[in-house]
Design a binder for this molecule. Sequence first.
Ligand SMILES: Nc1ncnc2c1ncn2[C@@H]1O[C@H](COP(=O)(O)OP(=O)(O)OP(=O)(O)O)[C@@H](O)[C@H]1O
Ligand SMILES: [Mg+2]
Length: 497
Amino acid sequence: MKRRVLIVDDDAAILEVLEMRLTAMGLDVTATTDSARAVEAVDQGRFDLALLDLRMEPMDGIKLMEALHARQPRLPVLIMTAHGTIETAVDAVQRGAFDYLTKPFVRDELRAKIRRALSARRWARDRERLLAVGETFASSGVMERILDSVAQAAVETTEAERSVVFQLVNGRLVPMASAGSPPPSWAALETAASQAIDKGAPVTVTGAESRVIVAAPLVVQRGPAGALVIETPARVEPTEDDLDLLALFSSQAAIAIRNTHELERLRSGALAALGRMATQVAHELKNPLAGLRLYARHLEQRLDDGGDAGSAELARKITSTVDHLAAVVSEITAFGRQPELRRTPTALAPLLDECVSLARARCPGEGIEVTCEYDPACPEIEIDARELRKAFLNLVLNGLEALEGRGRLSVATTWSAEAGVVTVAIDDTGPGMSDETLARVFDLFFTTKPEGTGLGMAIAKSVIDLHGGELSLQSAPGAGTRVRVRLPARAAAASAS
Ligand SMILES: Nc1ncnc2c1ncn2[C@@H]1O[C@H](COP(=O)(O)OP(=O)(O)OP(=O)(O)O)[C@@H](O)[C@H]1O
Ligand SMILES: [Mg+2]
């Protein structure tokens, strides 16, 4: 039987797109712009999932969610937000939403979150984690792209020669995005921008060669965040309409900037909360574990003395399991703070082989071909093998997981003696990544997999950075993924401290 999904959004265009996508996912979709209708629909029959827009009139998404929950208490709800603040989104989650989605939708994320909501229905998920998920929106790549499209749209609709979005950073105006031809004078544009900011309203000034410059301030809650500036040839007189359009675009850009600001704030808060939780858990576990270990050793000794070799062996197993637990606990405490690297000369080939066989065991598949090709000239390099194993294991796992049972994964090393650098290449013939996924791939908790945690790439990058190395990705939909890790053979003097 098809799963039933209810979508409510007062924007008919978005509704249509979502309805199409979800129908293509094999879901039975009921879509409406009217919240009263939505309530009626739930009165008439059970749904498996609801996607609700946050900002709606007369009933917003949260009120609607509460109305639906009064009728079907455990209905998983995904709240969709575009202009809403992240706080409201977090609030939504705390009031019973399963998760939230930001517009514009990233296709893979949309699909993963819907699958997750449908399959697991994990109702009471860890709220700290949900808070931290907000950080995935903070990726600056996304903001820059929005500002770029604002600049582009400003040029196209106003017949301007060029358009620049300035952002106010520490009291200085920084050009963040531009479209059209390069300006003859940045100074003139910047002056217009700061006039608009001072005035708090659009200004028109005359630029070089009697061009006309129009600047509109970008205003966010806390005050001006920058300005959108266009420059037109002298013969084009900007009309009222142009000014209105510019004001509209500048409000778009302001939203992008505001979201980024808020998320940065949230990011630090969420990470701190995660850190506190980790320390607390470790604190609770460490002492009893040490006690357990002591008792087990004691028991081992007694059984040895009594000549009961079989039971002594069992006691030894307890000790080693406890040791393992203690190691896990220290791993948890280490999360969030930078590990001290313990570098020793290490051969990469066996380390990579180990990662490949671990990953193969976790991700088998008859149709997968794995090839390893190591440069025999590659010397031992000074690395922390434990840390790098985590990084490579995740990179190889991601490659195998991407293949979904069919395709080729290749792992190779090359040694460049002049540069003193080893390059590890991990390539897969999987589906590759979209631009949106690529832009967020290193964000903590970003995942497109129903069972993923979204930690792998973030951890891999931080480990490789710590080694003074570089992690780069090349990927496009349909073209597979190439991962390159460049590692210096010797620890740099600075990173040894
Ligand atoms: N080789 C790859 N091919 C295609 N997509 C990839 C590849 N590597 C990473 N990704 C994308 O990047 C996302 C984040 O990867 P990351 O390793 O951080 O988390 P994850 O694999 O989803 O979860 P886990 O925490 O279990 O590793 C993945 O969900 C996937 O969408
Ligand atoms: Mg992963």
